[in-house]
Design a protein around this ligand. Sequence first.
Ligand code: BGC
Length: 379
Amino acid sequence: MKKRVLSLMLTALMTMGLAVGCGPADTGAAPDAATDTASETVEDSETPLAGGKKVAVAMPTQSSERWINDGSNMKEKLEALGYEVDLQYAEDDVQAQVSQIENMIAAGADCLVIAAVDSSALVNVEAQAKEAGIPIIAYDRLLMDTDAVSYYATFDNKGVGTAIGKYIEESKDLKNAKDSYTIEFFMGSPDDNNAVMLYNGLMEVLQPYLDNGTLVCKSGRTSFEDTCILRWSQEGAQKNCEDYLTGFYANDKLDICATAFDGFAYGCKAALEGAGYKVGEDWPLITGQDAELMATKNIIAGSQTMSIYKDTRLLADKCVTMVQAVLEGSEPEINDTEQYDNGKLVVPSYLCTPVAVDKDNYKEIIVDGGYYTEEQLAN
Ligand code: BGC
């Protein structure tokens, strides 16, 4: 669709006798980096391509780098297509997000893109949007208990958990292990559907090893309820890790921190340093999610073992096609119509593929993929 819109724009510009480069026509077909080039060229033309329709983007927090990237990618890509963008962050405050969305509706938004702080807390404001005829796209986190949502752009959330589980399974060769390994779990926020899906994917791989004693969780906290951390709090993960280390690992070492988020990996790192663990000696395998810049640096330095790379440029591309679908009447690409039942409907979704990254493949995936430069990673 983007390709079609861009080529229509190009034709229009040429008919108007404006000088344009070959950028949009050449790059319109490609996603990611090439789209960025297209955006720049389109932006330079200063032509309102989408009739100046307003897209309001509600993001959860700026406390984690990924959401800052998500917000700026969305803004850039939408503005390049001629939409007016109102981007707001709620800093993990549920009420603040409700107020922001109310204001967006009052300010005449034509479409809402929402990455929720609490996926079930927006039901009333979503109903208001529906009443006002404003379509909603769920961004990364499913919006629960509402029939006001049209589409959902995300990553394969269960696949994130499976990828983390398989990484642990392969790194420790659990299939053939003669020894047992100690493990503790740090799972995501209970008000985020992604967190439960990740847990389910992770346990699909690891539960058999907990059952046969290859993995030993000394705290005994293996259920989602016992390991989830409200609002994905880094401090919460650090506190849990400190408690586990003092309570259960005074005479034994912790071998694996199975965490669902780079922020949790930072929290575990601080707790482990405090308890005297040393990188290169007795440092545990630590997992994460998002491949944040800091996490990627930690992977290079050895204080985090892996993360899940989620290319937020790709997610923004997919979400933008959904915005275009609801505003311009086009058809977005959908690849899942089964998994994401929000309690009111099964939301048509596009799932991007998450990729496990570690020190062996970060160059190929992250640097060659143009996500971070070597220079960013070196500083
Ligand atoms: C996202 C993750 C992110 C987490 C914490 C989840 O909803 O899917 O990528 O790590 O929120 O921000």
